[in-house]
Design a protein around this ligand. Structure first.
Ligand SMILES: *Cc1c(COP(=O)(O)O)cnc(C)c1O
Length: 365
């Protein structure tokens, strides 16, 4: 029950165990394109999708490096570990990063981004994490994308722990680039980072300016092979064919359920976790308005040793949840409710165990 990677169904594990097949040819190309078409539905985009073989951060790096040049100014607001990481990626790619932080546990708002853009007219792209998994908070991505557009800047979204489980509409919201992973809300295997690019991002690829990206994590490379080798090998390098098969199965299950229905189901899991924890006496890190529907963060009770609680849950109940990061370390815990961890039985098991732990605390309440 950590906030990703998630536990996956047996049929997905079985698909992972299938023999590797050739990463080219008719059968493979049909499978790859099937997964690409499925991801377009999930991203809600008519743009391009590439299935980057790598972790989520590989996709983040690809988005940032492919459309921007060394020395370009970018705005990267952050309210946690993953916003900080986006800024690190941009800095490592030679970009000039403007940043600001929201208060602890607070969402980043479109109004804040507009102010910051007004103060920094040279910004060419706004990079934003949708669901800041380290605190379980949703940032105002729709409004932030609009603010970026109004400024003439690209909107680059880390949708890694959101797409497929949190309402998101890439084209309607005006996101230019978005990355997610198979192993969070999509409940698939580790190893695929689907990257989506809209028309403004594709135009930026071809604007003649030399880009920060090298070869592999460069959207232009992936685009080139998807066209040049379209019917045979529509990506630049070897692919983990069994991982893509397992991913395609997870994606099929998501589309059978329906993306909107999945979002509602995970939000209902969030309510079950929140209500249950509040009943035990816990205070949530964020109000429901900004709380993630797929990860719940709560403060430890007064006098409770959060690390001891996490160790106890794992030792006594084989339930692993996440702790706090940075300044929230030891103060909060985080429960993921994606994949199998969103099942009501799993949540109830967790809540019963937590109630038992609190019950035996010296006198916490
Ligand atoms: C998990 C996560 C990442 C990192 O993904 P990796 O697959 O570990 O590279 C980045 N951003 C967010 C918001 C995440 O939740």
């Amino acid at each position: 029950m950590i906030p990703g990677p998630v536990s996956i169904d047996d049929e997905i594990l079985e698909a992972l165990a299938r023999p590797v097949q050739a990463h080219y040819g008719d059968r493979w190309t049909a499978l790859y394109k099937h997964a690409v078409a499925g991801m377009k539905e999930v991203f809600k985009t008519q743009g391009e999708v590439h299935l980057v073989f790598g972790s989520g951060m590989a996709g983040v790096e690809m988005c940032i490096g492919s459309v921007l040049s060394v020395g370009d100014e970018v705005l990267i607001p952050t309210n946690g570990l993953f916003g900080d990481r986006m800024a690190e990626v941009a800095t490592a790619n030679g970009l000039k990063v403007h940043s600001f932080t929201a208060g602890i546990g607070q969402a980043i708002t479109a109004a804040q981004v507009r102010d910051e853009l007004a103060a920094n007219p040279g910004v060419r792209a706004v990079c934003i994490v949708y669901h800041e998994t380290s605190i379980g908070v949703l940032n105002e991505v729709e409004g932030i994308c609009r603010a970026a557009r109004d400024h003439g800047a690209l909107a680059i979204v880390d949708g890694i722990s959101a797409v497929g489980g949190v309402p998101f509409e890439m084209d309607a919201w005006g996101a230019d680039l978005c990355v997610t992973v198979a192993n969070k809300c999509i409940a698939g295997p580790i190893g695929v980072a689907p990257v989506a690019a809209g028309p403004r991002a594709l135009a930026a690829l071809d604007d003649g300016r030399p880009k920060a990206a090298g070869w592999y994590l460069n959207l232009a490379t992936w685009r080139k092979y998807s066209e040049l080798w379209s019917g045979w090998h529509p990506h630049p390098t070897t692919m983990p064919t069994n991982v893509i098969e397992a991913f395609d199965l997870a994606l099929t299950r998501l589309l059978e359920e329906g993306v909107d229905a999945r979002c509602r189901r995970l939000a209902a899991s969030r309510d079950r976790v929140r209500d249950g924890l509040e009943e035990i006496g816990f205070e949530m890190l964020s109000p429901i308005a900004t709380a993630s529907p797929v990860t719940t963060a709560a403060y430890g009770l007064e006098g409770m040793d959060v690390d001891d609680y996490l160790d106890w849950l794992l030792r006594e109940h084989r339930i692993r949840i996440g702790g706090g990061l940075g300044e929230l370390r030891g103060r909060i815990f985080r429960v993921g409710h994606m994949g199998r961890a969103a099942e009501p039985e799993a949540i109830d098991r967790f809540l019963r165990a937590t109630a038992a732990y609190v019950e035996k605390l010296p006198k916490a309440r």
